[in-house]
Design a protein around this ligand. Sequence first.
Ligand code: SF4
Length: 245
Amino acid sequence: MRHVCRDLLPLSAIEHLVYCERQWGLIHLEGVWTENRLTAEGRRMHERAHDPQTEVRGDVRTARGLRIRSLRLGLVGKADVVEFHRTSDRGHEPSPHSGRLRVPGSPESLGVELPGVAGLWLPFPVEYKRGRRRHEEAYKVQLCAQAICLEEMLGAAIPRGALFYGKSKRHMEIEFDDTLRVKTEQAAVRLHRLTTEGKTPPAVFSKKCERCSLLDHCMPRATGSAQSVRAYLAQAIKDSGRGIP
Ligand code: SF4
């Protein structure tokens, strides 16, 4: 995708969209949000991750709550955590520029210069998630979108990042390969198209509905296709005949 988007949409919307287009529509078009125990824990983790501060530990500098955007994807948001890993400490004097990151050489370079710090530093985005370690496609796409934002802003190639799962306290490293990048760009295009159309997509009932915080608002069995509505009604009539509420 080579065009530049004029409208910037929230980066977090891409995760909802990839998880379920109806969930995205309910949250971002209709303003529905239900907080349950799981989403409350997730929100608290994000608040902690967004505490504005920079930590320095050896060859890793950690920035929290960085504002990021991509004009190419048309997305804007915050990165929970961006680690900068030192890849070289020679050949580069500390930059006198404050608040501005400068890229030494080509996009294939080993990192970026940080203001006032010697060496080259490779950005490594980390997204915090509640729960156990799982391979969630939507999380990977969201993280990859963050990486594309950072690449565009810093002019650096970012080959990988990580998902951090609160429950297990484990990092899952994610490689931003071509397949994931294409999926992320397609999701951004879809996000803009559906936003322009402004219509919440219909429900498609699946296993993931059981874990969805919007299940009660969405009523996927009752609001999905005519076939699933018929099945839902038939089951409801059967259950009421057996005295099941
Ligand atoms: S209940 Fe299912 S169809 Fe409805 S928003 Fe959630 S995941 Fe999507």
